[in-house]
Design a protein around this ligand. Structure first.
Ligand SMILES: Nc1ncnc2c1ncn2[C@@H]1O[C@H](COP(=O)(O)OP(=O)(O)OP(=O)(O)O)[C@@H](O)[C@H]1O
Ligand SMILES: [Mg+2]
Length: 228
């Protein structure tokens, strides 16, 4: 084992101890509705919540900004599946990597930048290169025997014109998930011709309305397809 690897393992051990003795001791998170993000009620000193999903909340420590801690608030069996996905994925520049796992949390490499959802909300331009990088990353995952599932605006990020996939937790699932395909279609049809030219902030309320109507529309389509 090289000196660097040993150093990193030592640092990771002391970070894990920090997670256990500070973050987890005084953290209040809760899942209120399955289709809404986890609610974070209290975050211990020196920790910051940098994102929430429907299963987990993600935290960063002020002194260790290269790593994040993904704490599951429900369906904790998904954590093992996510860890297995990372193992299959291997190393790729558009993905994070898993550094450590425990029963309720994962330690992951932090991806910098912002989610496409936040970029849209803030009116920050999303260049085409971001979409292309993500497409390439999803193709790579398919080649590794995975199924890019649940790829939506909050699960992809961008920084300096590069695209990243931040959440791979559902890549083990079977079946087709059209979220990313729909998002790419909307990007070329609506975003590039209009929002890219005139980047205006879009309130979260409006984005959430679009999110809920999208889910409703998808359900309705499924129903009609079943009846057809
Ligand atoms: N490695 C990371 N680096 C930086 N930010 C991250 C990282 N992992 C997660 N995040 C942030 O935390 C948010 C929630 O994480 P994540 O999407 O993994 O949770 P989830 O509960 O599995 O989500 P979903 O509801 O999509 O299943 C992300 O949208 C992103 O903003
Ligand atoms: Mg997510």
């Amino acid at each position: 084992m090289t000196c660097n690897v040993m150093e990193m393992e030592k640092e990771l051990r002391s970070f894990t101890a920090l997670v256990e003795t500070t973050l987890l001791q005084d953290l209040h998170i809760r899942s209120e509705k399955p289709h809404d993000p986890i609610r974070v009620k209290k975050v211990p000193k020196e920790w910051e919540c940098i994102g929430t999903g429907n299963y987990a909340a993600v935290f960063m420590h002020q002194q260790h900004k290269e790593w994040v801690v993904k704490v599951y608030a429900r369906d904790v069996e998904g954590l093992e599946k996510e860890a297995a996905v990372y193992e299959k994925l291997g190393v790729h520049p558009s993905y994070s990597s898993l550094l450590h796992k425990e029963t309720y949390y994962l330690i992951l490499q932090r991806l910098k930048g912002m989610t496409l959802y936040d970029a849209f909300h803030k009116g920050v331009r999303i260049p085409e290169s971001v979409i292309e990088d993500i497409n390439e990353a999803l193709d790579y995952a398919r080649k590794r025997g995975l199924n890019p599932y649940d790829v939506h605006g909050k699960n992809v990020m961008m920084e300096d014109g590069k695209g990243y996939v931040v959440d791979v937790s559902d890549f083990y699932k079977k079946g087709e998930d059209s979220k990313w395909r729909d998002l790419v279609r909307a990007y070329y049809k609506i975003y590039l011709p209009f929002f890219y030219k005139y980047p205006i902030p879009v309130p979260y309320l409006l984005l959430d309305m679009v999110r809920h109507s999208y889910r409703f529309y998808k359900k309705l389509r499924k129903l009609f397809q079943k009846d057809a």
